[in-house]
Design a protein around this ligand. Structure first.
Ligand code: SAM
Length: 324
């Protein structure tokens, strides 16, 4: 069984959000006061999130990434991951986290069957980190990364959103990190979402980042599955790799293999396009209805997301609601 959209793309990747809450308030992602709080009734129970994942896997999803908000702030996420890892047919179970709670959870995550981690980290300078996250403590994230490495949750991907005059002077520092650590550092273009009013001033094009890196290092392109959003390179002598995710300037819709489900049960065929499906009514009915809803969602997947200018105009949503 497999899921294929009307444009022949094989859909085998589900990004599943378990919460919209986060212990950081990254300036480009959330308003200072956070997103308006949803009640426990709005957020799906783990049992329902599990059913969505299980039925999606039965249809052909092979990789599930748990995201948020910050997934590790929700009580029970580790146990939920352990249950997910037992789903027959699931090949990869990954987690996207800001790393702040990793120190205490890395070992449990490993036992729960998480195969890989993505850690979001936008600055290696304590003050800049605190400014971007509105109060985050860089040392807790660095400790968390160490803990993850120690328990063997590797290779770790570091996701760094590059912003003009905020952290664009740290590109080389992050590249140097890949010499010391076996991390896959990925520089991400800032997307025009969330509470930002200064996106155009802050946006740094992925080509600019690559050109900058090429001035100092010899970059060797690494082959990867076409569905991987990052263009990845090895740097001579480095333990890890660097990459660029040019989600804005060089959309990779042609290779898109994913669907998303929010913590409230809203399924999205595309991060930016309309056409969402509320899975809650289907959860009340049987699993067959849930499967049909997921199949219908895939059949509505657009060829590509709207042009950038329209995205800027229409998107006031916070990424924390969707999970990136
Ligand atoms: N709390 C987790 C974390 O920090 O990875 C998961 C949720 S967070 C919303 C997922 C990813 O979305 C993070 O890497 C974050 O940097 C990214 N993100 C949020 N808003 C973004 C934006 N406007 N442009 C680019 N990336 C964004």
């Amino acid at each position: 069984m497999g899921l294929t959209d009307p444009f022949g793309r094989r859909i085998n990747y589900l990004r599943l959000s378990v919460t919209d809450r986060c212990n950081f308030r990254c300036r480009y992602c959330m308003p200072a006061a956070g997103v308006p709080k949803l009640t426990h009734n709005d957020i799906l129970r783990f049992e329902d999130l599990y059913r969505i994942a299980r039925e999606a896997v039965s249809l052909g999803i092979e990789k599930v990434r748990i995201t948020g908000g910050e997934p590790l702030v929700r009580k029970g996420t580790v146990e939920f991951l352990a249950r997910l890892s037992q789903i027959d047919g699931l090949k990869e179970l990954t987690l996207t986290t800001n790393g702040s709670l990793l120190c205490d959870t890395a070992a449990q995550l490993r036992c729960a069957g998480v195969t890989r981690l993505n850690v979001s980290l936008d600055s290696l300078r304590p003050q800049t980190f605190a400014t971007i996250t509105r109060g985050g403590d860089l040392s807790t994230v660095l400790d968390g990364l160490r803990a993850a490495e120690e328990v063997g949750l590797v290779p770790i991907k570091i996701n760094t959103v590059v912003m003009r005059n905020v952290n664009d002077d740290e590109v080389f520092d992050f590249a140097e990190l890949s010499f010391r650590k076996p991390y896959s550092v990925r520089f991400i273009e800032l997307m025009p979402t969330g509470p930002q009013t200064d996106w155009r001033d802050r946006f740094v094009n992925g080509h600019e980042i690559l050109n900058l890196l090429a001035r100092r290092y010899t970059l060797t392109a690494l082959p990867g599955p076409p569905s991987v959003a990052a263009k990845t390179f090895s740097l001579k002598g480095a333990l890890g790799t660097v990459g660029v995710i040019a989600a804005v300037s060089d959309h990779f819709c042609g290779e898109c293999n994913r669907i998303r489900v929010t913590a409230t049960g809203i399924a999205k065929p595309c991060l930016f396009a309309a056409g969402n499906t509320d899975l809650k009514p289907y959860l009340l009915a049987g699993d067959a209805g849930l499967r049909s809803a997921l199949q219908a969602l895939v059949s509505e997947k657009p060829l590509r997301h709207p042009p950038l200018d329209r995205i800027v105009a229409i998107n006031s949503f916070a990424m924390a609601r969707i999970g990136g």
